[in-house]
Design a protein around this ligand. Structure first.
Ligand code: F0G
Length: 488
């Protein structure tokens, strides 16, 4: 597979430009609606960017989930999908790709990543209070673990919480603490250890292979399984090659094989891992396979489709092989680094080093004047959409769940994530994002807080409704018009 990477292409003029290593063959028209319409859209959508209609969105930076560009090979594979309830050839092609790329021979299909989390939590959380140590939680993983009576403990090193850092592997698990936690809790109360590749909620930050090897040693010492959330595995592997000297000359295939080889169970959201849809769980351990097997027909569908369409399954198979191609994976992290570097130079507080999945703005710092009780990251997401038409995602306290007594649990970080799905945006669009964010940063004191008017009990950030605590949106619009005139 190709080791071409835009990181390796130098420009004569010395500029550091992430060159696209693909060409665009199918396009979709975008709309940049006037600022007044963007305000109405926010009002209709409860100031929650999840609830916007994409007809009102210019650049959709909500997520990379299911929005990465598909390749010509994926689209053509979808045409020869084999429709069958049981024994579809499409499934066997996916199984072969999982075996070739992730090096696991038993595959349990699931309709997306959280469905895999549901199956794992159902199978392994056996009693109230069972504890899952992890580098950091992801919203849906936490929701499923707690749904079955489990608890989690997050074991990052302190440096991970240092937003502006140069540490290359902020997703590393604190192995000293891991061992203490195991001793304090008792092996019998720890169903598995969860490692998340490219730790999403702290800004898409990777772990190193040295760290995962250390986690494996402890897991072996105490006989505990490791579950790897591989949804962002390709990007973690790419950053291992760039940042961990031992692997500077390694291929994506070699790094991925080492990482999955250190885990007993690998699960993934194929919406992220292979630019398609769906998900799955895989392992080389027949006993584990047998533990999980009955749950797939119960929750997902028959074992050769698991809630997915056969067309999605074909796209996953091709997408998994493409994950081994550095030129496929490099574009998004390179664009993110480009965006982060511009914004840092403009004084915008960003998560550094640049991670994967998206660029992350530190809303706690940018909106210091907004108390955490008024959701600074949610407010920044709304304000940025208002002045740019760019839709990001709140990754702060709104995305947190309340504790068992119904109290707010404030997030460690209040981030606005601007996702950069693979091979979707052009460099001028990225420059537009940087320009509008720079302007908003200079006018940040105009942004005000939000309050909930409708709060669902589970995963409230998806459909919750909020409203501004004051009339700050009008002030922001007035300043925008003063500076940009009749620009959209
Ligand atoms: N694990 C990680 C690390 C994820 O980022 C996600 C989804 C999941 C599991 C769940 O997978 O969506 O297929 O059910 N992340 C998306 C995001 C939603 O926008 O970051 P899913």
């Amino acid at each position: 597979m190709s080791k071409e990477s835009s990181a390796k292409i130098k420009f004569y003029n010395g500029e550091n430009i992430p060159l696209e290593l693909h060409k665009v063959r199918v396009v979709q028209k975008l709309h940049l609606v006037p600022i007044e319409r963007r305000l109405e859209a926010l009002q209709e959508g409860g100031f929650n960017t999840f609830r916007l209609n994409t007809r009102d969105v210019f650049l959709d930076m909500l997520t990379d989930s299911g929005t990465n560009a598909m390749s010509d090979m994926q689209l053509s594979a979808m045409m020869h999908a084999d429709d069958a309830y049981a024994g579809s050839q499409s499934f066997f092609r996916m199984q072969k790709a999982v075996e070739d790329v992730l090096k696991k021979k038993y595959l349990l299909p699931a309709h997306q990543g959280r469905a895999a989390e549901n199956i794992l939590a159902n199978a392994y959380i056996k009693k109230k209070g069972d504890l899952i140590p992890m580098n950091y939680h992801f919203t849906t993983a936490l929701a499923h673990i707690t749904q079955y009576g489990g608890r989690i403990v997050e074991l990052l090193y302190d440096e991970a919480y240092n937003i502006a850092s140069s540490h290359p592997f902020k997703g590393n698990m604190n192995v000293e603490r891991l061992e203490e936690v195991i001793r304090e809790t008792g092996v019998e109360n720890i169903p598995f250890i969860r490692m998340e590749a490219s730790t999403n909620l702290i800004g898409g930050q990777p772990f190193s292979i040295a760290n995962m090897r250390a986690v494996r040693e402890i897991a072996d010492k105490y006989g505990i399984k490791i579950v790897l959330d591989a949804s962002l595995l390709g990007e973690n592997a790419y950053l291992v090659i760039r940042r961990e000297p031992e692997f500077a000359d390694a291929s994506m295939a070699e790094v991925i094989e080492i990482m999955t080889g250190l885990a007993d169970i690998v699960y993934f959201s194929a919406r992220k891992l292979s630019s398609s849809r769906g998900g799955g769980i895989c392992t080389n351990d027949l006993n584990i396979y047998r533990d999980l097997e009955p749950l797939v027909p119960l929750f997902e569908g028959f074992l050769t489709y698991g809630g997915m369409s056969v067309r999605e399954i074909e796209a996953i198979a091709v997408g998994l092989y493409e994950t081994l191609d550095e030129s496929m994976i490099c574009q998004s992290p390179q664009f993110i680094a480009y965006l982060v570097d511009i914004l840092v130079a403009q004084g915008v507080p960003m998560v550094t080093p640049p991670g994967v999945l998206g660029a992350h703005v530190d809303a706690m710092k940018m909106c210091e004047h907004i108390p955490q009780t008024q959701y600074p990251a949610g407010a920044l997401a709304a304000a940025f959409f208002l002045i740019s038409g760019v839709r990001g995602m709140e990754r702060g306290s709104i995305s947190n769940q309340r504790d068992e007594n119904g109290n707010e649990t404030y997030a460690d970080m209040e981030l606005l994530r601007l996702a950069v799905p693979r091979r979707v945006f052009t460099l001028s669009q990225i420059k537009y994002v940087a320009d509008r964010m720079t302007w908003l940063h200079r006018n940040r004191e105009l942004i005000g807080g939000l309050k909930f008017v409708y709060e669902p009990p589970v995963l409230r950030f998806f459909m919750g409704g909020l409203e501004p605590v004051s009339d700050w949106t009008q002030k922001l619009i007035a300043k925008f018009k003063e500076d940009f005139g009749d620009s959209l």
